[in-house]
Design a protein around this ligand. Structure first.
Ligand SMILES: NC(=O)CC[C@H](N)C(=O)O
Length: 453
């Protein structure tokens, strides 16, 4: 962001002034109550300024007539975000330093930045939060969606100077530093979002390196693409493991969850699984074995599961043919459920095609219609690819559509006991409308088991 030069001696009452917003607002209120009656005449800006000037305590030092010697109590510009369209955005670094390349996507969720940071599906991407005030609830020990942050970096308008939440154990910037994730703040996220909406997702490079020119950084951005990269192998677990955690009793919200539920053995392919998927399935009575993305389907089927879950995951579904093959081998053997990347892999395994959307869906309020019932769910979404419904073979039904753009948001192949959704039933962050999808999967496993016994 360009450094703002203020006329000497001016009291500044906006957010970007170097004066903490709380102080300036509180101060204006005091100034009003001392000098003006609230009820009556219009108060001119000039008279307000005059009234507040004498008592402003401003730590920004403004040198009379010499813009270059303005001193601020913090660094205003020490990071660049260079986009492949040639634009250079300057801001302030937080978290780790260095240079990172990735695709810039914007996320419209108002809350839940910690879950977003730890969603492995963001590997290879920078997340720009359209909510301008980020960091105010700090970081806690419960809201992790994986043990690592795989995203390229975080782009925010305004990193909160203070943390206020009873669960917080550390500030966002310390957390990102420890996890080696770069962040940039004081950057015009609205302008970048408009650009991404108009031109589509763009590759960007975020750097604190001052030795490289803008042109060199731009070259890096232009020579990188997320298309065709297997990002799943970098985020999947290396060995199988058992998952046992449920949603904590104080957080449980589903009427279908009870202590005496039937149990089902589920194998979950970890393409970058979010832990709340595993938690919700466990709450619905599943015993889960998580396997790496490269685990052969034959080994999975040897475990005799009641169902197989294909998880969410980062990047281009066309870049992981080995995963499509495993999905294909499971279809028809046991009931299967695909979420997001899992849905896209199922689409391909069934013979359909996936394509890259203009800027994807990333947020917590995407309306989706369940076509058979007309029920609308407000859903959490995070994807840049989608299944082309016209490419799906006979027998496969599109069950859900995204009401913003009509894209395929879910499908089923009843004859093969396949169900999948393009969005996030575990939400985290997001509304819980889509949670019944887990119950539907459990019902599918139950019916399958009954029909076989
Ligand atoms: N959340 C996900 O599984 C993301 C799927 C895929 N990486 C996409 O961008 O479309």
């Amino acid at each position: 962001m360009a450094t703002q030069i203020m006329p000497a001696g001016t009291a500044i009452i906006n957010n970007h002034s170097g004066v903490c917003p709380q102080i300036s607002l509180g101060f204006v209120r005091n100034a009003f109550s001392k000098s003006f009656s609230f009820s009556s005449e219009k108060i001119s800006r000039a008279s307000v300024r005059k009234a507040i000037r004498p008592v402003v305590k401003c730590s920004v030092q403004v040198a009379e007539g010499n813009a270059t010697s303005v001193k601020r109590p913090y660094t205003t510009v020490d990071t660049r975000l260079v986009l492949e369209d040639g634009t250079v955005w300057r801001g302030r670094s937080f978290g780790a330093t260095g240079t990172q390349v990735g695709e810039v996507v914007f996320n419209t969720s108002l809350t839940g930045y910690q879950e977003i940071l730890t969603d492995p599906s963001y590997a290879g991407q920078f997340v720009l939060m359209t909510q301008p005030h980020i960091g105010n609830t700090g970081i806690n020990t419960d809201d992790e969606e994986s043990d690592e942050c795989f995203l390229g970096g975080l782009i925010v308008r305004n990193l909160s100077a203070t943390v206020s939440n009873w669960r917080s154990t550390e500030p966002l910037s310390d957390y990102l530093k420890k996890r080696n994730v770069m962040g940039i703040t004081d950057i015009d996220t609205r302008a970048i979002t408009r650009r991404l909406r108009e031109d589509g997702s763009l590759v960007g490079v975020l750097t604190t390196d001052t030795t490289k020119t803008d042109e060199e950084i731009l070259d890096m951005a232009r020579n990188w693409s997320i298309v065709g990269k297997d990002l799943i192998s970098g985020v999947s677990c290396k060995e199988p493991y058992q998952w046992k955690d449920k949603t904590g009793t104080e957080w449980e919200f589903s009427k279908e969850v009870s202590a005496d539920m039937d149990t089902f053995n589920v194998v979950a392919y970890d393409f970058g699984v979010k832990q709340n998927i595993l938690r919700r399935l466990t709450s619905y009575g599943c015993k889960i074995t998580v396997v790496p993305s490269t685990w052969p389907a034959s080994e999975v089927l040897k475990l005799n599961p009641d169902g197989v879950l294909f998880s969410n995951g980062p990047g281009d579904p066309s870049a992981v043919p080995y995963a499509v093959e495993s999905v294909r081998e499971c279809i028809g053997q046991v009931p299967v459920f695909g979420i997001c990347m899992g849905h896209q892999l199922l689409g391909q395994a069934l013979g359909g095609k996936t394509f890259k959307m203009k800027f994807g869906h990333h947020g917590g309020n995407h309306p989706v219609r369940h076509l058979p019932t007309g029920r609308v769910e407000i859903s959490a979404q995070n994807h840049n690819y989608a299944v082309d419904p016209a490419s799906l073979p006979e027998g496969v039904e599109v069950t859900h559509i995204n009401l913003n753009d009509g894209t395929c948001a879910g499908m089923t192949f009843p004859a093969m006991k396949v169900m999948s959704i393009q969005y996030h039933p575990e939400s985290s962050p997001g509304p819980h409308d889509a949670d019944p999808a887990f119950y539907d999967f459990v019902q599918m496993m139950k019916q399958n088991k009954q029909s076989r016994s």
